[in-house]
Design a protein around this ligand. Structure first.
Ligand code: SF4
Length: 111
């Protein structure tokens, strides 16, 4: 407590501030860690049997079945961060799909 004025009240206030910062920092670091893990996940291989079965393409425009205006980042099964280039999809555990990709399992994101 070298920066306090030495009174018990000042020390207690300082400890409360440190505790409050810790409570805020822990959830933030958990969220950042989750996003870092998602960002590190390998991309879905378009030749993967599951990807082929739903005609997944990283570039929706290259998919002849693509429906205009539908992209992975607007799909209910996509959980990538807003503005990210890629993110997880519930169809492909442990892998990332392209935010501007698309497949035939597209479902409009709720909300
Ligand atoms: Fe993209 Fe949705 Fe298909 Fe997943 S289910 S690949 S998020 S369109």
């Amino acid at each position: 407590m070298s920066r306090s004025n030495g009174t018990p009240d000042a020390d207690r206030r300082r400890l409360l501030k440190i505790a409050a910062l810790g409570l805020v920092a822990a959830p933030i670091s958990t969220l950042l860690g989750r996003e870092a893990r998602a960002a590190d996940a390998p991309p879905v291989d378009e030749a993967d049997p599951v990807a082929s079965s739903v005609a997944y393409k990283c570039e929706a425009a290259k998919n002849p079945k693509h429906v205009a205006g539908q992209f992975c980042d607007g799909c209910q099964l996509y959980s990538g961060a807003a503005g990210a280039a890629h993110g997880p999809c519930a169809l492909f555990a442990g892998k990332n799909v392209c935010a501007k990709g698309w497949c035939t399992s597209w479902v409009k994101k709720a909300g």
